[in-house]
Design a binder for this molecule. Structure first.
Ligand SMILES: Nc1nc2c(ncn2[C@@H]2O[C@H](COP(=O)(O)OP(=O)(O)O)[C@@H](O)[C@H]2O)c(=O)[nH]1
Ligand SMILES: [Mg+2]
Length: 452
């Protein structure tokens, strides 16, 4: 089982690498100038996303797992990291604002695993937007999140926890400072946390893997010392930190699914970057796209209206729609094969709420009328009018259909660029389909699964 898991994780890493390489080579054209489809404005706009793709790929190759710690001020975030490191590397203290900026420290907990521990300021230490921005940015990069609390959860804390859940990263709730609570209280708080931690609408309590009790920097205790001569004195002694369980939990997760987590995280970042590129491409090419859609709308209306043979016009109409989709894909230079183009068309037709099915249906009826009219029109001028009437009605519907297809295709092209073979979304789905039931990833599955 262990070696199966290990090779499965390697496969996940390899697929993520392949997906990112493919994306980089696909979008690489944007960096080169003098290219036919080059567009200096667009190249400038998508530079951050291209850089994100490149750095995500190099992070993937370095095999470092990022663990970020979050929580309100003075919950002992820095102390927890120090206890894991076994050294007081990060400054801790009772005053607000000891940790001002996110900081990271390397940790080698054993074996080949390399961890980057990221310490952050308290979620309540910096104001509004800047706080949310910092939290989002750090959470986006993290492969695993530790959320530190030190007792019953406050409203602000709960809010922060829910916001972090939106980053859709595996999360361990760390209940710190247990040295301050008698056993009964501790258990009560633990049970409360277990229910709360799952977040909105999720009735499932947290698993033992997802909530751990620690005492990172226990308060000094007064101990009574009895001397051989019968004398008694009192001394302050600092008990050692209790973080072994947390350390073990982290190590279990890293061994079981660490590399899959790295792979998945890289893919999520790649997917977001690719979708941003697609969105910017669509925006910069909006006018050209509009022109293409209108051109196809007119062309299709004409072709379908004038075609006297029923069903052939439906076929012609479909071919025109497919051509339109591909023309748009070419304009945007987004990854698109003919298989994907027809998949998009099918999706568009079935999601149009019958509108485009209506187009097909009425095309068939009007087309039949039109053919009958054309056959009989030889000697009767009234039939010519009938032909023209059906043709105009049908052309109008077809034209509208093409316009709707064009508009819908833009939406699907934007979303669909990550769904091809080896596309980031496709690989994410494949990895999620394979994860074991007892993994922390399995819990994230439902939140992460996005359908096309
Ligand atoms: N009693 C007790 N105090 C702790 C524990 N961990 C941290 N502290 C204290 O809580 C205060 C805040 O710790 P710090 O790590 O700076 O919190 P941060 O703001 O969340 O990084 C410090 O005075 C620590 O000594 C613990 O396990 N038990
Ligand atoms: Mg701190």
């Amino acid at each position: 089982m262990a070696s199966f898991r290990s090779s499965q994780q390697e496969t996940h890493l390899n697929r993520a690498r392949a997906s990112l390489r493919q994306a980089l080579s696909w979008y690489g054209y944007l960096r080169k100038s003098g290219n036919l489809s080059s567009n200096p404005e667009l190249a400038g706009l998508v530079k951050p996303e291209l850089e994100a793709l490149t750095s995500t790929l190099s992070k993937l190759d370095s095999n470092v797992i990022r663990i970020a710690v979050f929580g309100l001020v003075s919950r002992g975030k820095s102390a927890v990291l120090n206890a894991l490191l076994g050294d007081k590397i990060l400054q801790t203290g009772p005053l607000n604002g000891v940790t001002q900026w996110p900081r990271s420290v390397r940790w080698q907990p054993g074996g080949k695993v390399i961890v980057e521990l990221i310490d952050t300021p308290g979620l309540d230490e910096i104001e509004g937007d800047a706080r949310a921005q910092m939290a989002r940015e750090v959470a986006r990069q993290a492969d695993l999140i530790l959320f530190v609390v030190s007792g019953d959860i406050t409203r602000t804390e709960y809010q922060g926890l829910l916001e972090l859940r939106q980053a859709q990263k595996p999360l361990i709730l760390v209940f710190n400072k247990i040295d301050l609570y008698p056993d009964i209280d501790r258990t009560k708080i633990y049970n409360n946390l277990q229910q709360l931690g799952a977040g909105h609408g999720q009735a499932k309590p947290l698993l033992p893997d997802e909530i751990v009790m620690v005492a990172a920097e226990p308060a000094p205790m007064e101990v009574r010392v009895e001397w051989p001569d019968g004398g008694v004195s009192y001394e302050w002694e600092t008990p050692p930190p209790q973080v072994d369980e947390l350390k073990q939990t982290i190590l279990n997760i890293l061994n079981r699914e660490g590399r899959s987590l790295i792979a998945l995280n890289a893919l999520i970042q790649a997917r977001d970057a690719e979708m941003a590129i697609a969105q910017k491409t669509l925006e910069t090419r909006a006018q050209e796209a509009e022109d293409i859609i209108w051109q196809f709308t007119k062309y299709k209306a004409l072709a379908v209206g004038l075609n006297p043979i029923a069903f052939l016009d439906i076929l012609g109409g479909t071919i025109a729609d497919l051509a339109l989709i591909r023309a748009l894909a070419r304009l945007y230079s987004l990854p698109m094969t003919s298989y994907e183009a027809s998949k998009i068309l099918k999706t568009i037709i079935f999601s149009s709420g019958g509108l485009l099915l209506g187009e097909l249906g009425s095309s068939a009826l009007l087309g039949l009328g039109k053919s009958t009219a054309a056959i009989a029109s030889g000697d009767n001028p009234i039939n010519i009018t009938a032909f023209a009437g059906s043709a105009i009605a049908q052309a109008g519907i077809a034209g509208y259909g093409a316009y709707a297809v064009g508009k819908a295709a833009q939406v699907y092209l934007e979303k669909g660029c990550t769904w091809g073979q080896l596309g980031a979304s496709t690989v994410i789905q494949e990895i999620l389909a394979e994860v074991d039931q007892n993994t922390i990833l399995y819990r994230l599955r439902q939140e992460l699964e996005v359908k096309f």
